[in-house]
Design a protein around this ligand. Structure first.
Ligand code: ADP
Ligand code: MG
Length: 228
């Protein structure tokens, strides 16, 4: 886990300490959440509003703590040959409930029956979950998230396009920086973690975005050799 931390300059300096603090913060947060829930049950409606805000903020802290712990102690990657067409299909199915809640439709268009890559299934799923979630969160109800997948040369390409808010050049320059977020409940760690995982697979993650038009994220992964 030390080597993984060293790859991200900013986190390297504080990585171990952050992980220690994150761990220490987890238990008090659990207690806070429990008592907020208890108070909520007993509160008058005008106070419930404040407790809802507190619960939201505690959730945000929990999300940051979980991401920090995952960064400091990533599961040892288990590389194996897997079919990217199936894996992305699974993530699309998994995300469709969340998409529905946002009034967003996910359209999956694999342009191949099968594409083999060497990879860690859990990490790759996490990458596509993070990226699809961002696309969904960027859109208004009625939006469509397009997920396309094809092979070009030695690379598998997964393209995730939304019709959402898009990003300014400034935001685009900062995306993937630890803790860069424009969301009230954001952690600002999703893209950073995704970029690192894709890089660990020998791949690349590219983002194009235009304010008001939407964002396209492209994940490139090396295709496995036939007999690998
Ligand atoms: P979080 O989603 O917790 O904010 P991320 O690292 O996933 O953290 O994303 C960082 C920031 O990048 C987001 O807060 C948002 O401003 C911007 N962003 C990421 N994906 C998109 C997207 N598909 N459309 C518009 N903005 C995006
Ligand atoms: Mg995100």
């Amino acid at each position: 886990s030390r080597e993984l931390l060293a790859r991200s300059d900013k986190l390297a300096a504080v990585g171990q300490l952050a992980a220690g603090i994150a761990h220490e913060i987890r238990n008090p947060l659990t207690a806070l959440r429990g008592f907020i829930d208890l108070m909520y049950q007993r509160a008058r409606s005008n106070n419930r509003r404040y407790l809802e805000i507190m619960r939201g903020e505690v959730s945000r802290m929990e999300a940051i703590v979980s991401e920090l712990l995952r960064l400091a102690r990533p599961d040892r990657p288990q590389f194996q040959q897997l079919d990217l067409v199936d894996l992305v299909q699974e993530v699309v199915a998994f995300m469709s409930a969340q998409a529905l809640l946002h009034g967003v439709d996910i359209q999956y268009e694999p342009r191949a029956a099968t594409i083999k890559v060497q990879g860690d299934a859990n990490q790759l799923k996490q990458v596509f979950i993070n990226l699809m979630r961002n696309g969904i969160e960027a859109m208004q109800p009625g939006g469509v998230l397009r997920v396309a997948l094809w092979q070009e040369g030695g690379a598998a390409r997964v393209q995730i396009s939304d019709e959402g808010s898009g990003m300014s050049p400034d935001a685009l320059a900062r995306i993937g920086e630890p803790f860069f977020t424009t969301k009230e409940q954001g952690t600002g760690l999703g893209v950073m973690v995704s970029k690192r995982m894709v890089a660990d697979h020998g791949g690349d993650l590219l983002i194009e975005s235009e304010v008001g038009r939407g964002t396209t994220v492209m994940v490139l992964l090396p295709v496995a050799n036939g007999d690998a």
